[in-house]
Write a protein that binds this ligand. Structure first.
Ligand SMILES: Cc1cc2nc3c(=O)[nH]c(=O)nc-3n(C[C@H](O)[C@H](O)[C@H](O)COP(=O)(O)OP(=O)(O)OC[C@H]3O[C@@H](n4cnc5c(N)ncnc54)[C@H](O)[C@@H]3O)c2cc1C
Length: 368
């Protein structure tokens, strides 16, 4: 049995950020992931909002900076939304994950890919992962929306999901590259949206629906080909998965075991963005675990709790959109409406909070 200070299940955004911070502070840290390598696969479109892009110095060849959102109604009328100084990063997501893995390793974390966790137990304040012959003082479950760690150690489970699916496509020509192309369509993406993202090398075309409705990406893909008259497209890759949309689970921690990222439900119920909280809270969790184990600090879950977004208003809007799916003619009608436009602006550009002062200054038209 090998002994570690910290074992992390899941080597994606959250797990690797946590591992890097903990290992840099001297904790003996191991990451276990069932994928063969960090860049074998991702389920994610991989868009970084500016708030997290500012905190992580991603190499420029792995990203494509995008300044605006082009929002389409079902009949393909569109409006362009921008916010001064704001941008998103489209990413070569698998290579970004490989880069994060390199950073964690450079800081001293041990990464073991091709290792799936199926069971575990507690003995004398140690967490034992018998399949991998590992014992650790602290365990982080960063193993995604349907977390095995949550299951094994009886922590809170996600119960509400969106289902997202995406093609990576080559051969897209004539698409305005400085916009995220976002499509409102209640027939194709009830309860959420569809998208076309000018990625680093390829274009990402995808949509999500409220589970249990299955997204029909073929129909959306064909609709785009018809409208934009795309020729010679080739689907190079397919990805997708569950996106938690019910807010943080309860409990997120017990007995020196804490959930993180999608496993903990740290995903905006409205935008479905989870990379920002996974990395930001992951890093903080790594620091707090180090403080706790090495310096007699407070339990890490108490520290991160203050930083977990409540998603209060976003959960309300999600509940409303679960109950009411606007008909497509309403989207066609609303697109040019002033309030609708301002509300869309808020949703896409104010990830820090719908009720922030900045958001309301912008909604009222006073940008300073
Ligand atoms: C289609 C789609 C598009 C998305 N687009 C965006 C976006 O553009 N921007 C954004 O901010 N968010 C997006 N999200 C959400 C975002 O991908 C997640 O919030 C984010 O990836 C969460 O990171 P994480 O570290 O919690 O874990 P995840 O990325 O979910 O990774 C979990 C890791 O755990 C491993 N694992 C799982 N079970 C086990 C086990 N039993 N043993 C060992 N390893 C295990 C998996 O192999 C995986 O590497 C999208 C999600 C989907 C599905």
């Amino acid at each position: 049995m090998e002994s570690y200070d910290l074992a992390i299940v899941g080597g994606s955004f959250g797990g690797l950020a946590c591992a890097g911070a903990a290992a840099a502070r001297g904790l003996r840290t191991v990451v276990l992931d069932k994928k063969k390598t960090p860049d074998t696969y991702t389920q994610s479109t991989g868009i970084f909002v500016k708030e997290i892009a500012d905190q992580v110095d991603l190499p420029s060849e792995l990203v494509n900076k995008i300044h605006g959102v082009r929002l389409y109604s079902p009949n393909f009328k569109h409006i362009d939304l921008v916010s001064p100084g704001y941008y998103f990063l489209a990413t070569d997501t698998c290579r970004v994950l490989k880069w994060f893995a390199g950073q964690a390793e450079n800081n001293g974390a041990e990464l073991r890919f091709g290792k799936e966790i199926k069971n575990g137990h507690l003995i004398d304040n140690k967490i034992i992962l018998p399949g991998n012959k590992i014992s650790s003082s602290y365990l982080v479950g960063a193993d995604g929306a349907t977390s095995e760690v949550a299951d094994i150690f009886q922590l809170g489970r996600n119960s509400e999901f969106l289902l997202g699916t995406e093609y990576e496509v080559s051969g897209v020509e004539g698409l305005e590259k400085d916009f995220l192309h976002v499509f409102l369509d209640s027939d194709l993406a009830p309860g959420y949206i569809a998208w076309m993202v000018p990625g680093v090398h390829l274009t990402q075309i995808g949509l999500a629906t409220k589970f249990p409705i299955r997204p029909n990406i073929r129909n959306f893909y064909n609709k785009l080909i018809d409208h934009f008259e795309f020729k010679n497209l080739e689907i190079v890759n397919r990805r997708g998965g569950y996106i938690p949309c019910g807010g943080p689970v309860n409990p997120i921690a017990r007995d020196n075991i804490c959930l993180l990222g999608d496993a903990a439900g740290f995903v905006s119920p409205m935008t479905a963005g989870g990379i920002h909280p996974a990395i930001e809270i992951g890093r903080l969790l790594g620091i707090s675990i180090s403080d706790y184990l090495q310096d007699g600090g407070y339990p890490p879950e108490q520290i991160i709790r203050k930083h977990i977004p409540s998603y209060r208003y976003k959960k309300l809007i999600r509940k409303f959109s679960d109950i009411y799916t606007p008909p497509n003619y309403l989207f066609n009608f609303l697109l040019n409406n002033y309030l609708f436009r301002k509300a869309s602006q808020l949703i896409f550009f104010h990830h820090r909070g719908l009720m922030s002062v900045e958001a309301w200054k912008e909604i009222l038209g006073n940008k300073k």
